[in-house]
Design a protein around this ligand. Structure first.
Ligand SMILES: [Zn+2]
Length: 480
């Protein structure tokens, strides 16, 4: 597909959100991609003769979005856990059924999730891959990520063992030597594990492996009922809190822990949709802003939600503003000016991610010399695409994944005119179908259905003092 790889690409006449340090917005501007890089950004650029021209008129051109925490293997069970809390999630994956996943199931989930990312304009995704029970599972995860033309970071984890166990195994070391190339910006590497707060700090050995390999650690921190301040304190006291660390959720911590994160330069991956449904704690962006802690966005897992950072931006704005209003109302105060702006969440979805991942010199903004990860939001058939008055507000509150017209990753066209380019969606579907069929067979239909629909607790209706009306609630009718 020479059209997709070799020729320069010119986005013509769009509203360009550069997301550079000054957040420069260029109306009626062009973005020229040559090779894997952005060559030029500006008005009326001269096009090389063989350039593929993409008409960006009435559209928004922005940097590819970056998701810093997604359990991609779980996309094979898309939507299954829609009504779960964190408790059902833990029981299903950690205790009862997660170990059923074979390497081919990891492959199937990762493949679908990777395609979903690029389709939604998420050009870099961290695969928080904690289902890697064997190195064969890890090979399958990477095979899928490398079969899709996106930018990924494998965050290696295994919830079936302690991190001090799997990180010390020969298989893990061998895998890293075979499959991971330091400095490869198409496939980065992290270690992914949680710190339980056990005073013996058994996770220390895994941190030492990460330090020896020179790779970042990503960890679910401040998760109600699972991880808390003890974990942060142990990491800090043992010298393992670095600017490369990514703390996921960080939703139920005390100020002391936030101070320790802020003082050591780490960042937090906020998964608002997840925190709101699953119960890790109130989405932390409001508190993180108070502490000056850098934020990136993530969507966590498609077993509940879709891999869509438009929704992440929208829900994060909503949750942060809800908290701001609610705290004020409790003091009988009124918020007349909001702190968190649409511009901020667009920054978190782009630069927040590139900074968290140490990729800020390569991606995250549309600037000459950076790697070309470019998204065009445009939909001439949509009544929601005009007028575009407040560009950041348009991205965060008006646009959605169906409006992603064109995606370029590392200089390669992977989506154009709303259609994926060179992607075998049929093969992805067959693989996922096989995984679902296998899981149902292995669990039994009854257990499968029961896992999907947890019991609903009884709702206690409040006693109502206004009983003088003639409304009959039982029949939903007036009594006379
Ligand atoms: Zn997670």
């Amino acid at each position: 597909m020479s059209d997709a790889t070799d020729r320069p690409i010119l986005f013509r006449n769009g509203l360009v959100l550069t997301m550079d340090d000054a957040h420069t917005i260029l109306p009626n501007a062009d973005v020229l991609v040559i090779g894997d890089r952005i060559a030029e950004v500006g008005p009326r650029l001269a096009a090389p003769d063989d350039a593929v021209e993409i008409d960006a008129t009435d559209g928004i051109v922005m940097p590819g979005m970056i998701d810093t925490h997604r359990h991609m293997w779980q996309t094979a069970m898309r939507g299954y856990g829609a009504d779960w809390t964190l408790t059902q999630y833990f029981v299903w994956y950690y205790l009862e059924s997660g170990k059923l996943f074979r390497p081919e199931d990891i492959y199937a989930g990762n493949m679908l999730s990777a395609i979903e990312s690029i389709d939604a304009g998420v050009t870099t995704t961290v695969d928080w891959s904690h289902g890697l029970q064997t190195p064969q599972h890890a090979d399958a995860a990477v095979d899928a990520l490398q079969a899709v033309p996106g930018r990924f970071v494998l965050a290696y984890g295994n919830i079936q063992q302690g991190p001090w166990e799997w990180s010390a195994s020969d298989g893990f070391r061998d895998f890293v030597n075979r499959r991971i190339t330091p400095g490869d910006d198409m496939l980065g590497f992290q270690m992914a594990f949680d710190v339980t707060g056990d005073p013996a700090f058994p996770e220390k050995a895994a941190f030492q492996v990460a330090r020896e390999l020179g790779v970042p650690v990503t960890t679910h921190a401040g998760v109600w009922g699972a991880t808390n301040d003890d974990g942060i304190r142990l990491m800090h006291e043992n010298g393992f809190m670095t600017p490369q660390n990514i703390y996921v959720h960080a939703a139920t911590l005390t100020h002391d822990s936030y101070h320790r994160i802020a003082a050591t330069g780490g960042s937090v991956s906020v998964s608002t949709e997840s925190e709101q449904s699953a119960g890790q704690g109130y989405p932390s962006s409001y508190t993180l802003r108070e502490h000056g802690i850098p934020v990136s966005l993530s969507m966590d897992t498609s077993v509940w939600w879709s891999g869509d950072l438009f929704t992440a931006m929208r829900t994060t704005l909503g949750a942060d503003r809800s908290r701001e209003h609610d705290l004020a109302h409790r003091d009988s105060q009124t918020i007349t000016q909001l702190h968190l702006r649409a511009e901020h969440v667009v920054d978190w979805a782009t630069r927040g991610g590139s900074k968290a991942l140490g990729l800020d010199d390569k991606v995250g903004s549309l600037q000459a010399g950076k790697k070309a990860d470019v998204v065009l939001i445009k939909n001439d058939d949509s009544p929601v695409m005009f007028p575009i008055l407040n560009p950041y507000g348009h991205v965060a509150f008006q646009a959605q994944r169906g409006d992603v017209d064109t995606v370029v990753i590392n200089g390669r066209l992977v989506k154009r005119d709303h259609k994926l380019v060179g992607i075998d969606l049929g093969a992805a579907r067959r693989n996922v179908d096989a995984t679902v069929e296998y899981l149902i067979g292995a669990m039994g239909r009854e257990a499968w259905d029961k896992g999907m629909y947890p019991d609903i607790p009884e709702t206690k209706i409040q006693e109502n003092p206004y009983t003088y009306t003639d409304w009959d609630a039982g029949s939903a009718q007036w009594k006379r």
